[in-house]
Design a binder for this molecule. Structure first.
Ligand code: F6P
Length: 521
């Protein structure tokens, strides 16, 4: 039995859970008229209402006690101090240093001078592209930027670019290519002009097959001969400057990323260059300031008043004591359409593990399945299951008070649904077959700005950190992605060989042969 499931706090929660078997949220509101006030938190212009949850004050005390018993306080300090908490790779984890601006040492060296120098280089490049002093091929003004990357070298930057589109006036049009499916390359390149387009190749390792395959296609389209000096047409963000130079990226167009920044935590680094090219460096730095504000809240707030801790322990409550397998992310805001995908990688690539930092196989559930879509679309696709299905699916509803558009009636309709759905999920309508008692969190942001987006994304980064501290998991490696990559690189030669495949299981062999017979109509 694991230390976690034998801990005092865990056993107390198991006992407490039994008391909740028949508890209805509506009863909790009836006995506490101040429940909304007592179960909501506010940081700057972000409100978290967690009153529509299957918790009472004692539940929250027990959950916070669990986090404390698992050493969360010390772990938070270790995170910000640059201790090597990524134990399997012997690395510090310092995405916080990218936005906090205070000295912090890795292997005795303060990283802040290089962080600040990189921000200055980003600013010089972004300003030059935006004002035209840095041109593309033949010095032509750059109108379009293609970002080629995948995973954390794609999802966070693409989300921020989309979310902050209202701030992109006067900036470059930024396009994202990630999947190796060449349909994406074809669709992206078709309307663009190689004379006024540049490409940013984002790859921490500079070995990711999808990214290098796409980067070669884009380099050819740009008309840059392999190995030639690409000038401004090719930029790289990588920890592997040698491979970037071999690819043809001029040295002063290679921006660093460091091994103490994990891919899914890297949009705050030079991986955020496409964001800055779109919205400008001033707004990019406001994004960093928002994350910095959430960092300060996470470092300083008492656990029971800490947004990341509250979100995290609520997830542990449903995951480990109610058996909920998934968590829905429901932004009622089309600008945040990519948020579920970003949080899928952030959460599931961090928490999808079954061995603890100490090498013990867990005897409890860890990472939840993160999924979601924007409201109100989601109401016309999967809300039937949320309301009347047999499964408990805790959900985070996210919306803004003030939109960037000037259609207030549409926004009022959107928000009326945002409010109605969480109420309906809680209250239900038993006579009509709606059981209710289904938990949700409501996050309201005054307006989606670079600052508030930075706060929101950092909030979820720290939520994941707290959950993995409780579960004893190393949130910062991703060994599970390697096996598939290895097998794929072994299969590829068979797909391009004339002979039939034969050294796989019968299914894989059969599938490969069907493909090879049918790939030319
Ligand atoms: O999915 C595995 C992974 O290593 C992610 O963690 C990372 O964000 C992505 O692949 C891309 O890696 P790179 O930036 O090295 O190309």
């Amino acid at each position: 039995m694991s230390t976690l499931t034998q801990s005092r706090a865990w056993l107390a929660l198991k006992l407490h859970r039994e008391q909740f078997a028949a508890t209805r949220m509506t009863d909790l509101f009836a006995t506490d008229p101040q429940r909304f006030k007592n179960f909501s938190l506010r940081v700057h212009d972000v409100l978290l209402d967690y009153s529509k949850n299957l918790v009472n004050a004692e539940t929250m005390q027990l959950l916070v006690a669990l986090a404390r018993e698992r050493g969360l306080g010390a772990e938070i300090q270790r995170l910000f101090n640059g201790d090597k908490i990524n134990v399997s790779e012997d690395r510090a984890v310092l995405h916080t240093a990218l936005r906090d601006g205070v000295p912090v040492r890795v292997d005795g060296n303060d990283v802040m001078p290089e962080v600040k120098a990189t921000l200055a280089r980003m600013r010089a490049f972004a300003d030059g592209v935006r004002d035209g002093s840095l041109g593309g091929r033949g010095g032509r003004k750059i109108t379009d930027v293609i970002n080629v990357g995948i995973g954390g070298s794609h999802l966070g930057p693409a989300l921020a670019t989309a979310a902050l589109a209202p701030y992109a006036a006067g900036g470059s049009r930024v396009h994202y290519i990630s999947n190796v499916d060449a349909a994406a390359v074809q669709r992206t390149l078709a309307p663009l002009d190689p004379a006024t387009t540049i490409a940013i190749v984002e790859s921490k390792t500079f070995t990711t097959t999808e990214t290098l395959t796409n980067a070669k296609l884009v380099r050819d389209w740009l008309g840059v001969p392999a190995g030639a000096d690409a000038g401004n047409q090719l930029v790289a963000v990588t920890a592997n400057t040698r491979l970037a130079a071999e690819f043809g990226v001029t040295t002063d167009r290679v921006f660093p990323c460091w091994d103490w920044v994990g891919g899914r935590y890297s949009l705050w680094s030079a991986m955020g260059l496409p964001i800055a090219l779109g919205i400008g460096m001033d707004n990019f730095e406001k994004l960093l300031h928002g994350a910095r504000e959430m960092d300060a809240h996470f470092r300083d707030a008492p656990f029971d008043r800490s947004m990341p801790v509250v979100l995290a322990v609520l997830g542990v409550w449903y995951n480990n004591f109610f058996g909920a397998a998934s968590q829905a992310i429901l932004p009622y805001d089309e600008s945040l359409a990519l948020l579920p995908a970003h949080l899928q990688q952030l959460d599931m690539e961090s928490s999808g593990k079954q061995v603890t930092r100490d090498g013990e196989t867990v005897d409890y559930d860890t990472g939840m399945i993160i999924w979601g879509a924007t409201g109100t679309n989601a109401q016309h696709s999967f809300f039937q299951l949320l309301h009347q299905g047999t499964r408990l699916v805790p959900a985070d509803f996210i919306a803004v008070c003030e939109p960037h558009h000037a259609m207030p009636h549409s926004h009022a309709i959107l928000l009326s649904n945002f409010f109605a759905q969480t109420a309906a999920l809680m209250n239900g309508a038993p006579a009509d077959g709606f059981p209710g008692n289904r938990p949700t969190n409501s996050i309201l942001v005054q307006k989606l700005t670079p600052h508030s987006l930075g706060m929101l994304l950092a909030l979820y980064e720290h939520k994941v950190f707290v959950q993995n501290t409780i579960w004893g998991i190393n949130a910062f490696d991703q060994p599970g992605v390697e096996l598939g990559k290895r097998l794929a690189s072994g299969i590829l030669p068979d797909l391009e060989a004339a002979t039939a495949a034969g050294r796989y299981d019968a299914s894989t062999t059969g599938l490969i042969n069907f493909y090879k017979i049918n790939r030319h109509s």
